[in-house]
Design a protein around this ligand. Structure first.
Ligand SMILES: Cc1cc2nc3c(=O)[nH]c(=O)nc-3n(C[C@H](O)[C@H](O)[C@H](O)COP(=O)(O)OP(=O)(O)OC[C@H]3O[C@@H](n4cnc5c(N)ncnc54)[C@H](O)[C@@H]3O)c2cc1C
Length: 468
């Protein structure tokens, strides 16, 4: 549980974070924050309520700080440490305490120049088992296989790197390696790092491309809770838990990430509306006499609409968080219904926030052009849109899964949309079918946003049935 005392301590600790600093200084802030021990790298599993609350409280600063530090924070706590928790063996999980105490930072290397969003998780970095030296050899055989956009990749001492494992010439699929990326003497041998360059916002965060040129890592770096490599006769891959793959379990991090991103988008929007409201309450209007900008009809309407929408969204995301937290604590994979609900929460929170903040920007006048108003950080929401599974791709996957079902599910409206889509899938070019699937997916989601019952937290389990 996140106690009130802890909340106050965390609020105080994150109030000191600055974004007008170099990425090295920004990284130092995260090192210090984790060394306070207020949020443990293991809290995602043992105290998920604290993990999500910490993300939310940090996101309240996003209209001032931009996305840099928030992304750095969630990459370290969710993607890096969370992957070790999800697929690491006991010894590997134990290392997290040491990492935290020493203030070391980790990055998460999944996305590649020609893989990631497009490929849906396939990676082309290869990790070849060398039975003689009992090491894995990591190689990016072509430029397209180089890691891309890796947050904290220019400062992190450690990385969870996802690569396609080959043992004795056999492909064993994507696996994660907990490896050292740099020591006090600089980057480890045969790993090359490059800066992705300047971004519109969040330049206090380093984003790297990373190329592996035959980098050698020891056997114990393979996160091996679900599968490991046995040396001898060229080596053999041994699955530890039937039916569970390492990659499926790494994918679990995307669920907690999606809930955190949904909260971040909502929290950003709330704070931006709060800051703007303070301004419009103060700004006098000449008519009616003694009125202020808040009373201008279009703003008044927008404030009311935003409040209603955000409340519904918050109730829905809170239900997702609660159910996901149960799964995290019990070490269970969320049901398909919950997975779909979490994906919908992430998409809706990002899209609704973009829409509300854009409208606010249009209606509040010149104020939106000024620095330090929060409007200059609106690309925070852009990051929410593509983080933890690009929203467009997620919508396509939701639509695809629904179309594949043989028995009808959901409301009559949803069933009608699914039927139309199934009809369209019978012919036409693949590109057309994909576009149609996405359009239908968006239409379905939009319908949900105007359906109050679906949002009501008390109704939620029934609503998920509807969603299915
Ligand atoms: C600031 C930042 C931090 C990041 N941090 C990390 C990190 O720490 N670790 C990590 O592994 N990754 C990270 N990423 C990568 C991120 O999660 C996305 O995977 C990456 O941004 C996707 O690349 P892209 O946006 O260039 O998309 P592209 O693949 O170039 O796609 C562009 C657009 O086309 C659409 N599109 C693509 N394919 C299809 C298709 N088949 N059908 C329909 N539409 C399609 C997508 O919706 C997208 O909007 C980060 C990215 C950024 C920008």
């Amino acid at each position: 549980m996140a106690t009130e005392e802890w909340r106050q301590q965390w609020i105080e600790a994150v109030a000191k974070i600055r974004s007008d600093v170099s990425y090295n200084e920004s990284a130092q802030q995260l090192r210090r924050l984790q060394q306070t021990g207020l949020l443990k790298l293991t809290d995602l599993k043992y105290n998920p309520a604290k993990f999500f609350e910490a993300h939310r409280l940090l996101a309240r600063h996003a209209p001032n700080l931009g996305p840099g530090f928030w992304i750095r924070f969630t990459v370290h706590y969710n993607l890096f440490a969370g992957s070790v928790l999800a697929v690491g063996n006991e010894d590997q999980v134990k290392q997290l305490d040491d990492i935290q105490q020493k203030g070391l930072l980790g990055c998460f290397g999944l996305t590649e120049k020609l893989a990631g969003v497009n490929s849906g998780g396939v990676v082309n970095t290869i990790a070849e088992w060398d039975d003689q030296t009992q090491e894995f050899v990591l190689t990016s055989h072509e430029v397209g296989a180089q890691k891309n956009w890796i947050s904290q990749g220019l400062v992190g001492e450690l990385g969870v790197v996802v690569a396609d494992l080959r043992v004795a010439g056999k492909r064993c699929g994507a696996h994660a390696f907990l490896m050292e990326l740099r020591t006090a003497n600089g980057p480890v041998p045969n790993v090359e790092f490059g800066d992705m360059g300047r971004k519109t916002v969040g330049n206090d965060l380093d984003n790297a491309w990373i190329a592996f040129h035959g980098a050698r890592v020891p056997r114990h770096t393979l996160l091996s809770r679900y599968g490991e490599v046995q040396p001898g006769n060229g080596g053999s891959y041994v699955s530890r838990v039937k039916g569970l793959t390492n990659m499926a379990m790494i994918g679990q991090r995307l669920f907690s990430g999606r809930v955190a991103v949904a909260w971040a988008a909502i929290t950003f929007t709330r704070k931006l509306f709060e800051m703007t409201r303070e301004y419009s309450d103060r700004k006098k209007c000449w008519v009616p006499k003694n009125s202020n900008l808040t009373q201008v009809p279009q703003l008044q309407h927008l404030y009311t609409r935003a409040e209603e929408t955000l409340q519904k969204l918050e109730a829905f995301v809170a239900s997702c968080e609660k159910q996901l937290s149960d799964c995290l604590q019990k070490d269970e994979i969320p049901s398909v219904a919950l997975q779909e609900a979490i994906a919908s929460a992430k998409i809706l929170a990002s899209e609704t926030s973009i829409d509300l903040c854009f409208r606010l920007k249009q209606d509040v006048g010149s104020h939106a052009l000024m620095g330090d108003t929060g409007f200059e950080q609106m690309d925070f929401l852009q990051a929410c849109k593509f983080a933890e599974g690009d929203s467009r791709i997620l919508m396509q996957k939701l639509a695809r899964d629904r179309v594949r079902l043989t028995s009808p599910l959901g409301s009559s409206e949803e069933q009608q949309l699914t039927k139309e889509l199934q009809e369209a899938m019978k012919g036409g070019a693949k590109v057309h079918r994909m576009a149609l699937a996405e359009r239908r997916g968006m239409r379905t989601l939009r319908k949900f946003t105007t359906w109050p019952g679906w949002w009501c937290s008390a109704m939620w389990p029934a609503c998920v049935q509807e969603l299915l």
